[in-house]
Design a protein around this ligand. Structure first.
Ligand code: NDP
Ligand code: HSE
Length: 434
């Protein structure tokens, strides 16, 4: 029998516990597929006494010394499912520099400082795999980093956060409140340890950075992504979307194209948007994720599946584990990071889309004309206007044709100061064909 591949597992929470279960339940198949058994050298956790339910391992395997575990001579591969920037970065850099392959689900770290991990992997001649970091169980990163390497990807659009999709789907379908839906998503193991990362769009922005880096052969970090979360999406916005035949989703849109000066560049943005109910992403409910990839020769490809949760994420972790274990046995290493294009980041102000703006205005003669004049003054063309009077005031809903984000921002700033505009109730982007 070939010598076992020895694995240090860092973290045994929602994802880690499922990794342990799958390693046990599928041991025979994994051994056959890899050509050697996988053995758990140790599991690092924060609290030894924590109740982890029924796990097929004894207490002796647990440690609270992750760095010590990573450094052990009998460890070949490190699987990190803890999360966060530090101390995870220290552990993984240590492992990679020592030539130990790493499998991680840590999108926050990859988006914050993927460069340190890729550099350490190159230095140590080790594999760095992270399929679980984006869109849970969905095989998406491998297609981008391998299958599509003969093509030219120009756009990636999708729903990449399960928690916010769960919340928005519940608000749309049942009228559930934001807090109630978030609580359910947390109980189901979808939300991050701090759900702010989900609801404020940080998690989706990290995934957007990882997707854009792979798709456009350019190092894109979390700071390069324009990010807006869903905390300001109200029941009234959801109702307004419904009235337009739309639903609201948190979208991640990464594209490659010329900037205002004609220079090839990359733009990545995460924000809530109205999309028509006929759009394929509109039907993506619950904690599911779906991602469209548009490539020059391949055309449109759609990836769909469970984007969060212990078992789906563990599936992606194990797929990576099989790949790195096979590579070690064969004495080879996967292709290293591809960032040769090094494209500049296009400013958000140049992003072009349609907008849905809801205003509270005084119901007086000339107000509509004044509002329309502000849009016209910034070159933003109005597609539709709906006004509902309610005594002294009226609700005005304006939907625009395509305009730049900079033009829209200037329009909204001027509207705020316009006499008889009581409040800008909401500004939402509208994506997809009308
Ligand atoms: P959990 O919070 O459920 O688990 C985290 C684990 O890490 C726990 O076992 C915890 O120990 C351990 N841990 C935390 N800090 C330390 C430390 N300093 N030293 C040692 N161990 C530590 O997280 P998840 O399983 O949900 O997520 C793990 C990673 O996977 C994150 O990067 C997350 O972004 C990513 N991910 C999660 C998905 C999901 O659906 N949950 C989907 C895709 C990716 P203890 O148990 O003792 O508290
Ligand atoms: N919190 C993340 C989500 C987990 O809800 O999508 C999967 O990355």
């Amino acid at each position: 029998m070939t010598k076992p591949v020895r694995v240090a597992l860092l973290g045994c929470g929602t994802v880690g516990a499922e990794v342990v279960r799958l390693l046990h339940d599928q041991a025979a198949d994994l051994t056959a597929r890899i050509g050697a058994p996988i053995e758990l050298a140790g599991i690092a956790v924060r609290r030894l006494g924590r109740d982890r339910g029924a796990l097929p391992v004894g207490p002796a395997v647990f440690t609270t010394d992750p760095l010590g575990l990573v450094k052990r001579d009998d460890v070949d591969v490190v699987v990190e499912v803890v999360g966060g920037i530090e101390p995870a970065r220290t552990w993984l850099v240590e492992a990679l520099r020592a030539g130990k392959s790493v499998v991680t689900a840590n999108k926050a770290l990859l988006a914050e400082d993927g460069a340190s991990l890729h550099d350490a992997a190159a230095e140590g001649g080790a594999d760095l795999y992270y399929e679980a970091a984006v869109a849970g169980a969905i095989p998406l990163l491998r297609p981008l980093r391998e299958s599509l390497h003969g093509d030219s990807v120009n756009r990636v659009t999708g729903i990449v956060n399960g928690t916010t999709n769960y919340i928005l789907s519940a608000m749309d379908a049942t009228g559930a409140g934001f807090a109630e839906a978030l609580e359910q998503a947390t109980e189901l193991g979808y939300a991050e340890a701090d759900p702010t990362a989900d609801v404020e769009g940080f998690d989706a922005a990290a995934k957007g950075a990882i997707l854009a880096s792979l798709a456009f052969h350019t190092r894109v970090g979390a700071a390069d992504v324009h990010r807006e979360g869903i905390t300001e999406v109200t029941a009234a916005d959801v109702a307004s979307a419904k009235a337009m035949g739309c639903t609201i989703k948190l979208l991640c849109i990464a594209s490659r194209g010329p900037d205002a000066a004609g220079v090839d560049s990359v733009s990545v943005r995460v924000h809530p948007a109205m999309i028509p109910r006929t759009h394929p992403l509109a039907g993506v409910g619950d904690a599911f994720n779906a991602v469209f990839v548009e490539a020059r020769a391949a055309g449109q490809l759609m990836f769909y599946g469970r984007g969060a949760g212990g078992a789906p994420t563990a599936s992606a972790v194990l797929g990576d584990l099989v790949a790195v274990a096979r590579n070690r046995l064969a004495g080879v290493r996967a292709a290293s990071e591809s960032a040769y294009a090094a494209l500049p980041i296009r400013p958000m102000g140049e992003a072009v889309t349609r907008y849905h703006i809801s205003l509270d205005v005084a119901d007086r003669a000339g107000v509509l004309a004044a509002v329309a004049g502000v849009f016209a003054g910034h070159g933003v063309s109005i597609a539709t206007v709906r006004q509902s009077g309610r005594g002294e005031d009226a609700e005005l809903v304006v939907v625009t044709h395509r305009a730049s984000d900079a033009a829209l921002a200037a329009t909204v700033a001027e509207l705020r100061d316009l006499e008889h505009v009581r409040a800008i109730v909401s500004v939402l982007r509208v994506e997809g064909e009308p």
